[in-house]
Design a protein around this ligand. Structure first.
Ligand code: PGA
Length: 251
């Protein structure tokens, strides 16, 4: 049984003060949510303070990006060891905004995944098709290729530590969610690819859905057999909204 994982991707939102205020409001709201992993990825500048504010809670800290080198002349970049020092348990890599706005390739994502595992940080590897690719009937080809290239450096023995996030680009920040059936169809393919690559370990990998996840659609998405979590942007900026997403199965 895969443990659900609900992750907040704050993108370029929230100052240090706003992040700490969020933590104070949010942590008590999810204190009773025991059977899920809860993760928040603030901007780099807020990682240390948010980590401090969440100390003693079960909420894990994540980075939104990383560089794969240990150290060196890489102006503007952050190394995995620096993230580990701040208590990051996860890092999002290959987000579509990194791929499209900053031109990151799947080969680069693969190096980042390998470097993160080397420091005991779980990579959240994002994949997803554009609207043009979906309309051209290329969704599964695109996803397969992104997975093969992005996971190329993960040995099967470490595969269970990886999280995959399927985020159709046309559903990100648009209010246009994939229907649960559409999402499940791709998630089932992702699962098949993971099994083909990692054998049984592929069954342990959690696959998140991302793209306009909200408190009122999360439950139906999470009811799908191959949807093991959500990566949430806009709706995670509000403590009450994200807490309701985390508690998706509360009756
Ligand atoms: P959204 O973003 O929830 O605002 O659509 C999701 C993401 O990009 O991770």
């Amino acid at each position: 049984m895969r443990r659900p994982i609900l992750a907040a991707n704050w993108k370029m939102h929230k100052t240090v003060a706003e992040s700490v205020a969020f933590a104070k409001d949010f942590a008590p709201r999810v204190a009773g949510a025991r059977d899920v992993d809860v993760v928040i990825a603030p901007p780099f500048t807020a990682l240390a303070a948010l980590g401090g504010a969440l100390a003693g809670s079960a909420v894990a800290l994540a980075a939104q990006n990383v560089y794969f080198e240990e150290q060196g002349a890489f102006t503007g970049e952050i190394a995995p060891g620096m993230l580990r020092e701040l208590g990051c348990g996860y890092a999002i890599i290959g987000h579509s905004e990194r791929r499209t706005v900053f031109g990151e390739s799947s080969e680069l994502v693969a190096r980042k995944a390998e470097a993160l595992l080397g420091h005991g940080i779980r990579p959240i590897v994002c994949v997803g098709e554009s609207l043009a690719e979906r309309e051209a009937g290329r969704t599964l080809d695109v996803i397969r290729r992104q997975l093969a290239e992005s996971l190329a450096r993960i040995p099967a023995g470490r595969a269970a530590e990886v999280v995959v996030a399927y985020e159709p680009i046309w559903a990100i920040g648009t209010g246009r969610t994939a229907t649960p059936a559409m999402a499940q169809e791709v998630h089932a393919q992702v699962r098949a690819e993971l099994r083909a690559r990692f054998a049984e370990a592929g069954d342990a990998i959690r696959i998140q859905y991302g793209g306009s996840v909200k408190p009122d659609n999360v439950r139906e998405l999470m009811a799908q057999p191959d949807i093991d979590g959500a990566l949430v942007g806009g709706a995670s900026l509000d403590p009450d909204g994200f807490a309701r997403i985390v508690r998706f199965d509360a009756r």
